[in-house]
Design a protein around this ligand. Structure first.
Ligand code: AMP
Ligand code: GLY
Length: 441
């Protein structure tokens, strides 16, 4: 059993880690992988965006399954290319991946399907866009239409900010062609959660909930990042919300795509705002989340591969996934300066010490091995991940892991999962109250 995983981040390391524990003991290849996947897979010197290189490797080596991690190759049609060569692929085709690749397309699908989401207008002309925000007022949210590595969204508190965002996207073309159009949408108030669903074209199996921490600094301050940490489950997704999300978000979306002749297979990731009026979709992604995957997969009981296989083969079933009650927390350690410019090539020490802690696993994101030395090679470097019996224990374990790890300039948030801890206090969890009281006096 040969599996190719496309990508080289923490998500791909977590996928490889989970698959490596599988009963069928697959032989794993990662393209390009990172310093962490090198220990459990063969890293291939092929970039995730190199569709020709990946297709050439796959048609020569015939993996039994290819799992595509990042959005760029999905939106560029890697699935279509490999399928055309007769290969089995986990990940949506190019037309289905438009759910992430074009925020305009996703909004049109949502509107037609009746999926709850923010009211939005689309413009390619700056003057018309400026007139729209002036009429609607702030707060308001401005989004570049296309892929912008999470940086094309501006949540604007004032009209001046909104006007600046429109100019940056449409006139300065800060995101190139991804900013040919803007989506201007109402600001939604609430708490965010990520729900990822496996979809085989027909059936929907939602994975455990998670919450990401997108801002770089504690208390959600500073600019957006790719994600500074995550935890699962996200208690904001109460049991009553699950059937609502299944029906109003996933089932309606799938039906509308089908009406348009598009079959969705793979992961559909819904970024949700849980508002006082119920869950509303902020965005769709066409892949596993990063770092959500790092906290969801450790909670999956048993094998991942049968569920992925079932997605590809169209026989997905709820019985293929079951979840541990134990929470999981991931703290991302980033390079100094990230999400701005940062240095690469810093030596990393202490990972083995961190991983020796009970319940701790360290997923690599931006690392590479050079002559047996582990060096930083990206903005997000490591995801120190822990499981434990309770959320406070789990948070503590993850942070104890970070204490062991060193690289020059390392920074991380110190409040991962704080929202869930606070919520537990509100719900009267005595242990958590005692813990917080001890910590904060
Ligand atoms: P997106 O990439 O569309 O999920 O947007 C990135 C982040 O911007 C989200 O995780 C939210 O924190 C925020 N955001 C996006 N759309 C809205 C909205 N309509 N109202 C409030 N915040 C939003
Ligand atoms: N965690 C956000 C993302 O994967 O897009």
């Amino acid at each position: 059993m040969k599996i190719l995983i496309v990508g080289g981040g923490g998500r791909e390391h977590a996928l490889a880690w989970k698959l490596a524990q599988g009963r069928r003991q697959p032989t794993l290849f990662c393209a390009p992988g990172n310093g962490g996947t090198a220990a459990i897979a063969t890293n291939l010197p092929i970039e995730a965006e190199d569709l020709d290189g990946l297709t050439a490797w796959a048609t020569t080596h015939h993996p039994d399954l290819t799992i595509i991690g990042p959005e760029a190759p999905l939106c560029a049609g890697l699935t279509d290319r490999l399928q055309a060569a007769g290969l089995r692929v986990f990940g949506p085709t190019r037309d289905a991946a438009q759910m992430e690749g074009s925020k305009v397309f996703a909004k049109e699908v949502m509107r037609a399907a009746g999926v709850p989401t923010a009211e939005a207008h689309v413009f390619d002309n700056a003057n018309a866009a400026l007139a729209d925000v002036r009429q609607r007022g702030a707060p308001i949210v401005i989004k570049a239409e296309g892929l912008a590595a999470g940086k094309g969204v501006f949540v604007c508190a004032t009209l001046a900010e909104a006007e600046a965002a429109i100019r940056e996207i449409l006139l300065a073309r800060a995101f190139g062609d991804a900013g040919r159009r803007v989506v201007i949408e109402d600001f939604l108030d609430g708490e965010e959660a990520s729900i990822l669903a496996l979809i085989d074209g027909e059936h929907i199996v939602m994975l455990a909930s998670a919450q990401d921490h997108k801002r770089v600094f504690d208390n959600d301050a500073g600019p957006n990042t790719g994600g500074m940490g995550a935890y699962s489950p996200a208690p904001v997704v109460t049991p009553a919300l699950w059937p609502v999300i299944r029906e109003q978000v996933f089932a309606r979306t799938l039906a509308e795509l089908k009406r348009r002749g598009i079959t969705y297979k793979g992961v559909l990731y819904a970024g949700l705002m849980i508002t006082s009026a119920g869950p509303k979709v902020l965005e769709f992604n066409c892949r596993f989340g990063d770092p959500e995957t790092q906290v969801v997969l450790p909670r999956l009981r048993g094998d991942l591969l049968p569920a992925l296989d079932a997605c590809v083969d169209g026989c997905l079933d709820e019985s293929l996934v079951a979840w541990s009650d134990e929470p999981c927390v991931c703290v991302v350690m980033a390079s100094g300066g990230y999400p701005g410019p940062y240095a690469k090539g810093m030596p990393i020490t202490g990972i083995a010490d961190a991983a020796r802690q009970d319940g701790v696993v360290v997923f690599h994101s931006g690392t590479r091995l050079e002559h047996e030395h582990l060096l930083t090679s990206g903005g997000r470097v490591l995801g120190v991940t822990a499981r434990g019996a309770t959320l406070p224990d789990t948070v503590q374990r993850a942070y104890r892991g970070t204490e062991k790890i060193h690289f020059e300039g390392a920074h991380f948030r110190t409040d991962i999962a704080a929202r869930a801890l606070k919520r537990k206090v509100l719900q009267g969890d005595k242990r958590v109250q005692a813990d917080l009281a001890a910590k904060h006096g």
